[in-house]
Design a protein around this ligand. Structure first.
Ligand code: COS
Length: 383
């Protein structure tokens, strides 16, 4: 649902220029310093990127899912770590409060999330609960007008720097499944919240993750999302429905960039007396990558439009995540192949992207979890 095509085109143009002129030239620095340069963070804040999908009444840009997908595709043309910090903030970090929070919770936190004054993170995964998220072990025990949280969350994006965490924890020890889980808003400076050392990762340098440890961490009872116990798993799943579409759009953007890099290298580099792009086996790889990136784009936009129209897109979001994450992996692999020996060298962007995109098949639900969600929904609908 594009609300105002002219305004949206202006926003996309501005972001496209920012990506080309500011982010792409700083990709190597981002990887080397393992941090988003502070001046770029500030520019992102000024452009409103920290509040992309937060409604205007809370100071965000209030983008629809389709609009957000188009923005994510544009931002996908550069290192995914640039997107990670603000995408996580107004994506999985803030959406739990937005989707299921009480009016008071939204009023208290969302305006500061929209400006980037508060940085947020999403705490679902644990050392022993990844794909089987409903088996999580972090506990939240009621004690007067507080809950006391104990447990460890793992691989938490924005963890080292977040000011606010959406935390899924078990409030009903007798219920070992999804129904025993509640979601909490936990402020980063709450006593008993500790951060582990930053993880050392294969790629996406500049996007930071770490363990978040809750050790008798007392959280006000009013911070249970929606004011109700037992709803936390559903909140997490709804957040992920949106998150998976956002990540799919990022995969499309990265694939577009890799196609561009592959084409320009193939047109420049000569072998057997002609440019690589004249060789049919190279052409086949270029054509396959272009086709797959286009298929991903079409798929994401269709699912996003349906979400904006109010349809349940749980299945389609998983279809998009499954296809786009695998697709960008294939496109990155071809990009390295087209670059030949150079593609294995760190001074070429495709070497870095090849490592960066590997994460897309894992986080916000592995490819295998998407297959499971799709097939289970198919069977359920047919029964
Ligand atoms: N929206 C709303 N509610 C949902 C939902 C969705 N998309 N998906 C599931 N639910 C509800 C179900 O309807 C069910 O509710 P009822 O008990 O009232 O019927 C409840 O949540 C439990 O669902 P389900 O029985 O399907 O849970 P399971 O434990 O069997 O499995 C999977 C759920 C495997 C799909 C889930 O654990 C998952 O997505 N895992 C991957 C986690 C992930 O993406 N981790 C990445 C970390 S975040 S970066």
């Amino acid at each position: 649902m594009i609300r105002d095509p002219e305004l949206l085109n202006q926003l996309l143009d501005t972001i496209s220029r920012f990506v080309s002129e500011r982010l792409i030239p700083n990709e190597a620095r981002l990887a080397e310093e393992d941090a988003v340069p502070p001046e770029l963070l500030q520019e992102m804040q000024e452009m409103g990127l920290f509040g992309l999908s937060i409604p205007e009444e809370y100071g965000g840009l209030g983008l629809t899912m389709e609009e957000e997908a188009l923005v994510a595709m544009e931002i996908g043309r550069t290192s995914p770590a640039f997107r990670s910090i603000f995408g996580t903030n107004n994506g999985i970090g803030a959406q739990g409060i937005l989707i299921d929070g009480t009016p008071e919770q939204k009023a208290r936190y969302v305006p500061r999330l929209a400006t980037g004054e508060l940085l947020s993170a999403f705490c679902l995964t644990e050392p022993d609960a990844g794909s089987d998220a409903a088996s999580l072990r972090t506990t939240a025990v009621r004690d007067g007008d507080h809950y006391v949280l104990n447990g460890t969350k793992r691989f938490i994006t924005n963890g080292p720097e977040a000011d606010l965490f959406t935390v899924m924890a078990r409030t009903d020890p007798a219920n070992k499944g999804a129904g025993g889980i509640s979601a909490f808003i936990v402020e980063g400076d709450t006593p008993g919240l500790q951060r582990g050392p930053a993880d050392r990762k294969m790629g996406q340098k500049g996007a930071h993750t770490c363990d978040i440890i809750f050790d008798h961490c007392r959280v006000p009872a009013e911070n249970i999302i929606g004011g109700q116990e037992g709803q936390g798993f559903k909140t997490a799943m709804k957040v992920l429905d949106r998150g998976r579409l956002h990540i799919s759009a990022v995969c499309v953007g990265v694939a577009d960039r890799l196609v561009e890099e592959s084409l320009s290298y193939a047109m420049e580099r000569q072998q057997f007396g002609v440019p690589l792009s004249s060789h049919q086996l190279i052409q086949a790889m270029l054509a396959d990558s272009k086709t797959e990136a286009y298929a991903g784009r079409t798929m994401v936009l269709d699912a996003a439009r349906r979400k904006d129209a109010g349809e349940d897109v749980s299945t389609l979001a998983s279809c998009a995540k499954l296809f786009c994450a695998e697709m960008v992996g294939r496109v990155a692999d071809r990009a390295v192949q087209i670059h030949g020996g150079s593609g294995y060298m760190a001074e070429y962007a495709v070497e870095r992207f090849y490592r960066d995109v590997r994460l897309f098949r894992i986080y916000e639900g592995t490819t295998q979890i998407q297959q499971l969600v799709i097939a289970r929904n198919m069977v359920r609908e047919a029964s």
